[in-house]
Write a protein that binds this ligand. Structure first.
Ligand SMILES: Cc1cc2nc3c(=O)[nH]c(=O)nc-3n(C[C@H](O)[C@H](O)[C@H](O)COP(=O)(O)OP(=O)(O)OC[C@H]3O[C@@H](n4cnc5c(N)ncnc54)[C@H](O)[C@@H]3O)c2cc1C
Length: 462
């Protein structure tokens, strides 16, 4: 750390000497990196490059002992800390200026127990690693739809993925969590031990401590499934979306179909339906026949590995560019809303700026609202408008378009997914938890009454 390093101590930006972190370094197995240190810029860089923040230091934790050391150090010096899992959060909550970043990405252990259908996953893992390890045994749990997303942030916020209609969302498959509290205590948390905390960790985000590992229930999946992508020109979008709405209303839980306004490789706008059929492969073709009758111009639905379906959006959602999101839950894909989506797509500022509809149905909606902190158990969609750009001059029109689109779409939405809030959505946090908010405040009071963990989608204890 250089002599001109600043940290936020007791709320004030304070210059600290080189020696400040030396005791911390001695306590850590992993590296402690300050500005200018090797890897500093790489480790503070997030998926969304609109976020460019400079922490006072980065604690590269190698295990629970390092996490305890980092939490204790931050508490002793009243230093604010952020927590980084996979670094995918669009709002960039994983990093903040002049603070300690607890970086879990070195914690990559995964142990699958195929006989019990369980996996213990380190808090720094990405979904690609979990899929690879569990599919080696023909198993999987509900993960994200982009395989380079972090397990930790996604799971703690809920976790909407292809398998949610058959097996519930990611946090519904969570069996236990190992966690370091604000007091530096290491807890094993499950249905029996600290059950109030276990409830809150299933959807309440990073408010309650630093999770060091997660234990998931696994299910037999694939390894081959019937899936891929169908696409139409925009002239067919209205008819296709109306037919899609009626089709998915009847779909069994083995079938999930997402919808999106995307672009061809040449940049032409397309309306895409992205199905995943997890029943018997031989039945896949007849299952999807009604969608094929709508005469797509592109049809790449076929027998593919489950792992390939998990990576279908990976390239389009690759890291390294700036983006800005707005999001909300839709329960009725009405004709009016379809018209709004189409009209806004016509104004999209860059070809790589999609609007997406993630279908939510089946088992994930069969769970009572209060059973976990994640409250959204209605059949419908998670809607996202994602402005993405590559050139600095595109930032303003892209952000303006996303906001304008959200203004037009939001009257058709109700509630929001905590993991899809952007940096200027703080005021929407309570609506992300709906009727579960008050209980979350109670749990926060019990485990983090001083709001030590506040650089997140925060639930203040008072
Ligand atoms: C391209 C892309 C695709 C996505 N697809 C999906 C999807 O299909 N389904 C879905 O449900 N969501 C999806 N998301 C949203 C995703 O769930 C969130 O962005 C989530 O925060 C990512 O987790 P992370 O560990 O990578 O996040 P990070 O940015 O590392 O962390 C985000 C926040 O989570 C908390 N956190 C992270 N790790 C820990 C920990 N170990 N202990 C305590 N708190 C922690 C902290 O508050 C942190 O600020 C997607 C996001 C992106 C960018």
């Amino acid at each position: 750390m250089s002599a001109s390093t600043f940290v936020t101590l007791k709320g004030d930006r304070t210059e600290v000497p080189d020696t400040f972190l030396s005791a911390f370094r001695d306590r850590m197995r992993g590296q402690v990196i300050g500005p200018g240190g090797e890897g500093y810029d790489a480790y503070r860089t997030l998926w969304n490059t609109m976020i460019d923040r400079r922490p006072a230091c980065i604690a590269r934790c190698c295990g629970a002992a390092d996490v305890i050391a980092a939490v204790n150090f931050a508490r002793e010096f009243d230093l604010m800390c952020s927590v980084r899992g996979g670094g995918h959060n669009v709002a960039g909550k994983a990093v903040a200026d002049d603070t300690l970043m607890i970086d879990l990405s070195p914690m990559q252990d995964i142990r699958v127990d195929p006989s019990r259908g369980r996996a213990r996953v380190g808090a720094g893992c990405l979904w690609s690693a979990v899929d690879a390890e569990s599919q080696a045994f023909g198993l999987a749990t509900t993960g994200g739809t982009v395989s380079h997303t972090g397990v930790a942030g996604l799971t703690l916020g809920g976790g909407i993925g292809w398998l949610a209609s058959m097996h519930g969302i990611t946090c519904d498959n969570l069996l236990s969590v190992d966690l370091v509290t604000a007091a530096g205590e290491y807890l094993h948390v499950d249905e029996n031990e600290h059950s109030d905390l276990f409830w809150a960790l299933r959807g309440g985000g990073g408010n309650f401590g630093v999770a060091t590992s997660f234990e998931f229930r696994l299910h037999p999946v694939g390894p081959m499934i019937y899936a891929g992508l169908l696409a139409w020109p925009m002239s067919s979008a209205r008819d296709v979306l109306r037919a899609y709405r009626d089709f998915v209303a009847q779909a069994p839980e083995e079938l999930t179909v997402f919808a999106g306004f995307i672009s061809s490789p040449d940049g032409d706008p397309l309306l895409a339906l992205i199905p995943g059929w997890f029943g018997a492969i031989a039945e896949g073709e007849s299952m999807l026949a009604p969608l094929r009758k709508l005469q797509p111009v592109l049809d790449v639905v076929q027998e593919i590995p489950y792992i390939a379906q998990q990576q279908i959006f990976d390239e389009a959602a690759g890291p390294g560019i700036p983006r800005y999101w707005k999001s909300g839950y839709v329960t009725d894909l009405s004709d009016d809303l379809i018209d709004v989506l189409i009209a806004q797509n016509e104004k999209r500022p860059t070809p790589q700026s999609p609007q997406l509809l993630f279908r939510m149905h089946g088992q994930m909606t069969a769970i009572p609202t209060g059973a976990t902190a994640f409250p959204q158990r209605r059949t419908g969609w998670d809607y996202d408008v994602i402005a993405q750009w590559t050139e600095p001059h595109q930032a303003e029109p892209c952000i303006a378009w996303a906001r304008e689109t959200w203004d037009a779409v939001s009257p058709h939405t109700d509630g929001v997914y905590i993991n899809h809030l952007d940096h200027d959505d703080e005021g929407r946090i309570p609506s992300a938890f709906g009727p579960n908010y008050d209980r979350l405040v109670q749990v926060k009071r019990t485990y983090d009454g001083d709001n030590f963990f506040r650089l997140n989608n925060n639930i203040p204890p008072d």
